[in-house]
Design a protein around this ligand. Structure first.
Ligand code: SF4
Length: 370
């Protein structure tokens, strides 16, 4: 099985912390959409397995698409691929795009899951992040989707935001839990150099939180979401039973995916390809790509990284079968001190990071890389 990703790289307003490829020139959207259909047609043979298990509209801001444009993409995918087993079709959405009229029209599409970039239920934090919506609009968007019958909702929450204390996070998590959404992605705010937040740090207008605050807030997220019945199944993701994100889970499991749009990435098993055209070039059908062939070492490192980010962890049998006994021994030897320190757990053939230690996952992953 494979997955399809459609990238809508437009944002009406740029968030303080955002380092993704996106542009504000929303007037290009209609031409970019037409060009995306052309790219989809042209690259239909990129996937060796043409059966799709999920479709994901990401961005940027995919909710800038009219629902009819969303459905047109899905219909086009159905013409080109075997979609008989597609389970999840997700649209990322900004809460303020989800008006009553938009949601009513969306109900006529095949979208069955929405991922809302809420980030916080505190208006002060939302203003600091330069988000377009208010806390009230976020709550209303979720309630509106529920009334319309959507039963698979995900929201993003950011922690580790300096200058607001821990209470805003506690209240945001309480709100998220009360809304009883099926899935929550919780990310630590990171400062990327080429963002407004990076500039604020350089000018002394923002001080990133220290390690102690990061750990405390991480523990708070873990305690509150765990206590509310969410399974912490990946470093940044929590889900109610049976509600893990299928599309992202497929990505972490190393399945093939085709990414369409300016800035989108694709993976065919051995090759990784990404579109380097700007939105303007893309609108003019100037599709340019870069790609790399993955070596055996790349595959092993990728397996280590995606596995250790999930609660299932590394399957040592898989390492031995695919990469050889020497690599299995190397991984076990590199893991020894982390196991002794309680940061890794070895149970049978499974080597995993306990959720309480997920904050250290980057360091562990690097230590286990070839
Ligand atoms: S809406 Fe998303 S992609 Fe757009 S600027 Fe904000 S964080 Fe970045």
């Amino acid at each position: 099985m494979s997955t399809l990703y459609l990238h809508i790289p437009f944002c009406k307003r740029i968030c303080t912390y955002c380092d993704f490829y996106k542009v504000g020139a929303v007037e290009l959207l209609p031409r970019v959409v037409e060009a995306m259909h052309e790219e989809l047609e042209a690259r239909r043979n990129y996937l060796s397995d043409r059966r799709l298990s999920s479709i994901y509209f990401g961005g940027g801001t995919p909710s800038l698409l009219a629902p009819e444009q969303v459905e047109h993409f899905i219909a086009h995918a159905r013409q080109l691929f075997d979609c008989s087993e597609v389970g999840e079709i997700t649209l990322e959405a900004n809460p303020d795009d989800l008006t009553a009229e938009y949601v009513a029209r969306l109900r006529d599409t095949s979208i069955n899951r929405l991922s809302l970039g809420i980030q916080s239920f505190d208006d002060r934090v939302l203003r600091f992040m330069n988000r377009r919506h208010s806390a009230l609009e976020a709550v209303e968007a979720v309630e509106r989707l529920r009334r319309a019958g959507y039963d698979n909702l995900s929201i993003d929450v950011i922690f580790g935001v300096g200058g607001f204390g821990d209470d805003h996070l506690r209240e945001s998590l309480e709100r998220a839990i009360t809304l009883d959404v099926e899935h929550i992605s919780a990310y630590h705010l990171t400062v990327e150099e080429r963002t407004r937040l990076g500039l604020m740090v350089r000018k002394g207008e923002y001080t990133p939180v220290g390690e102690e605050c990061s750990e405390r807030e991480y523990a708070l997220v873990e305690e509150m979401l765990g206590g509310a019945g969410y399974e912490h199944y990946e470093v940044s993701n929590y889900a109610k039973r049976g509600r893990r994100a299928q599309h992202n889970s497929a990505y972490w499991a190393g399945v093939e995916y085709l990414g369409i749009g300016a800035g989108a990435h694709s993976f065919s098993g051995d090759d990784r390809t990404w579109c380097i055209s700007t939105a303007k070039e893309y609108a003019q059908r100037d599709f340019r790509f870069e790609s790399e062939q993955l070596s055996t070492t790349d595959h092993l490192n990728e397996y280590v990284m995606t596995s250790l980010r999930r609660i299932e962890g590394i399957d040592l049998r898989h390492i031995e079968e695919r990469f050889g006994a020497a690599q299995r021994s190397r991984v076990v030897a590199s893991a020894k001190s982390w196991i002794e320190g309680g940061v890794l757990r070895l149970e049978g053939e499974s080597l995993a990071i306990p959720t309480s230690q997920f904050m250290l996952s980057d360091a562990v992953i690097e230590a286990l890389f070839v």
